[in-house]
Design a binder for this molecule. Structure first.
Ligand code: AMP
Ligand code: MG
Length: 668
């Protein structure tokens, strides 16, 4: 488990909901939790004593935010509106009566009124949920009763052995690595995303300098993790609310949501290149359609053998005028060209090099007698009817990619297929974002603080090279209105919209709140344990034209991050949309030409894979400095080295060791 335990603190009280200043239990619980360095309060909210609202909030915090611990305060008593236990109990996969008893045992020693608490506790998914009464005093006593065993309990609830927690509690070694345990995918049903408790009030409360955010700061989608768009910078989140998920999880989160597009009939021509067949193609013509000579020479009857023969016919590769072939009798031969139709009765062809001219016509225009020097076998140098393709044979299978090499178009053309059913090709739109970003080719000198847009030209070029259609959506400044309008424009026309920039933690990073709060998008992940590309964001957005939801990738602004994540996520998604069965990049094991230091995060280093004359596959980083803003580190790259995250046992890959490399271009 990760070393920081992420906590949500939920005040459940009609009074506090109406007057946030009346909430004293929530803030004191925050202070208690944050006094422990291993905890971070990731979300707080104040909601009314409403069964539905409680259920929706707790469900979202457990399932979507994947918190380690949810602590509620209030609604556990005998009041008519108190319904916290009734709301929370059905959400729990497993109850934890021991924890409830421990809290009760300690509280009852302090006051007999503890008997009036109906608090419950348990585990939902991997989240521990405890309900506390609604007074600061009770909250303190309850929390202190269980504080020591909570990390251990959380570890166990997340499938841990508890060993590391024991060590930590005893001051031993901290868990190494940062393997996240996010379960972003679990239980994401539409209903768990579409809830809304719809109260518009919001407040943040500072607790000893730490800013908690209030759940009701969110608008539109109450399961949104982003803050309301109007939130002042002083109240922005200082830690991302999006779980840091492993790369494999991010990839399957994307690919599980990509549904190949429908199919269309297309003519057999160059426009098919890169398309994926959505039908088996069965030959209705044979190839060859007649018995054809493989050579320039003489059609013979093989049993005649070597000797001198009259040349009684000529068969040049051409359509016969009456549709019939000539006939060869024993003792006769026919001059024939490559591809010419064999006369009836002929059983072999002798190449011209194995013959001698004995006699030509007086005017020299044709041959009369020719000597056959070689003995040939029956069927020699003849292509029989259907010997390449027979009528009824399946020549191309559904799922076949029409390559630019030529085989598929060539075969289709050879059997006279005029149209084939292929998957439609997706269209991807590219939008750069940022007040500082200007067109790369505007010809003007840059002002202080401006940068040229390198992302759009790069990604558009890579898209073109991969054979996909694109739409250039230009540059949008960091304003909610401009961004919303530009993305909406893209969503109307593109299967995938790719934005770059605006997904990190700055106050101008508006993409996530806009997606969640203005476009009704569901963000499936907003951070990945990878380098470069940590803030890579993936969302699905309702399709303005109906049908399958649109896919939206909000890639980081740094050019290398944008390019690498484009290759890792967007191109494979485009290929899957286009019907490719193999949509991921191929990979090879290559020996590194130098030592490579491992980063804390799994890393995709830009590299050149090449094959030595002896056949060894080796790989070399393009540049020692692999910073995500440094586009020169992409120069010449044909590959991404797949480097695992650093562990206590392994912090580097030594020269000569083999490492997986994704081949994103041709071998060097
Ligand atoms: P952001 O995620 O918007 O904070 O951007 C991260 C970094 O990438 C900043 O230094 C931006 O100036 C830079 N950046 C953003 N968009 C682009 C772009 N289209 N081309 C080149 N650099 C960019
Ligand atoms: Mg920006």
């Amino acid at each position: 488990m990760s070393s920081t335990l992420r906590v949500g603190i939920l005040t459940i009280s009609d009074t506090a909901f109406q007057d946030p200043a009346a909430d004293t239990s929530g803030p004191s619980l925050c202070r208690l939790v944050e006094a422990e360095p291993r905890y971070t309060v990731e979300v707080t909210a104040c909601i009314p004593d409403d069964h539905k609202v409680i259920q929706k909030t707790v469900t979202a915090w457990c399932d979507d935010l994947d918190l380690h611990l949810v602590l509620t305060t209030g609604g556990t008593g005998f009041g008519v509106r108190d319904c916290t236990p009734e709301a929370v109990l059905p959400l729990l996969d497993r109850q934890t009566p021991g924890i409830s008893h421990l809290i009760f045992a300690k509280s009852i020693q302090i006051t007999p009124f503890a008997a009036l608490s109906r608090a419950v506790s348990g585990i939902r998914g991997q989240t521990l949920v405890l309900t506390f009464p609604g007074s600061p005093k009770a909250v303190k006593e309850n929390f202190e009763a269980v504080a020591k065993l909570l990390p251990h309990a959380i570890d166990l609830a997340r499938g841990g052995t508890g060993k590391k927690t024991h060590e930590k509690m005893q001051g031993g070694p901290r868990p190494s690595g940062v393997a996240p345990t996010a379960t972003e995918e679990k239980g994401q049903t539409e209903s768990s995303h579409s809830h809304g408790h719809g109260h518009g009030r919001g407040h943040g409360h500072g607790h000893g300098g730490h800013t908690c955010f209030h759940h009701s700061d969110r608008e539109a989608k109450t399961d949104a993790a982003s803050l309301g768009l109007g939130t002042p910078v002083s109240r922005r989140l200082r830690k991302s609310p999006y779980p840091l998920i492993p790369m494999e999880q991010a990839l399957s989160s994307v690919m599980d949501r990509v549904v190949p597009l429908s199919s269309v009939q297309k003519p057999v021509d160059g426009s098919l290149i890169g398309a994926v067949l959505d039908e088996d193609v069965v030959a209705v013509e044979a190839v060859p359609g007649y018995r054809a000579s493989i050579l320039d020479g003489y059609a013979v009857i093989d049993t005649d053998g070597p000797g001198q023969y009259p040349v009684t016919a000529v068969s040049i590769a051409a359509a016969s005028s009456d549709g019939s072939a000539t006939t060869l009798l024993p003792g006769q031969i026919a001059r024939i060209t490559t591809g010419g139709a064999l006369p009836e009765g002929a059983t072999a062809v002798v190449m011209v090099e194995d013959t001698l001219l004995v006699k030509s016509s007086e005017d020299g225009t044709h041959e009369e007698t020719v000597e056959i020097l070689a003995k040939v076998r029956k069927g020699e140098a003849i292509r029989e009817i259907g010997s390449d393709i027979q009528v009824g044979q399946t020549v191309l299978k559904k799922g076949q990619v029409i390559s630019a090499v030529g085989g598929e178009i060539g075969v289709l053309a050879s059997i006279g297929v005029q149209k084939v059913l292929v998957r439609q090709r997706p269209v991807v739109g590219f939008l750069s974002t940022g007040n500082e970003v200007v067109n790369h080719d505007n010809g003007e000198e840059l002002k202080m603080g401006q940068i040229r847009d390198s992302n759009r030209p790069t990604l558009i070029a890579a898209t073109k090279a991969a054979g996909f259609d694109f739409l250039d959506l230009g540059i949008a400044p960091d304003s909610p209105e401009d961004l919303e309008a530009a993305i909406k424009g893209g969503l109307a026309k593109c299967d995938i919209v790719v934005t770059t920039g605006g997904v990190s933690m700055g106050e101008m990073d508006l993409l996530k709140p806009i997606l969640e709060q203005k476009l009704g998008a569901t963000i499936h992940f907003g951070r990945i344990m990878m380098k470069p590309g940590k803030p890579t964001t993936f969302a699905t957005v309702p399709n303005p034209n109906g049908g399958q939801p649109r896919l939206l990738f909000a890639l980081p602004g740094n050019p290398v991050s944008a390019t690498v994540t484009f290759h890792l996520f967007v191109l494979p998604a485009l290929r899957k949309l286009a019907g490719y069965e193999k949509y991921m990049w191929p990979s090879v094991q290559a020996a590194v030409a130098h030592d490579v230091r491992l980063d804390e995060r799994p890393e995709y280093q830009r590299a050149v894979v090449s094959v030595t004359p002896e056949g060894t596959i080796k790989v070399q980083s393009t540049d020692k400095n692999q910073m995500s803003s440094r586009m020169v580190s992409m120069l010449g790259a044909n590959s991404l080295m797949v480097l695992p995250g650093r562990t206590a046992e392994r912090d580097s890959v030594s020269m000569g060791q083999k490492i997986e490399c994704l081949l994103i271009s041709n071998l060097g």
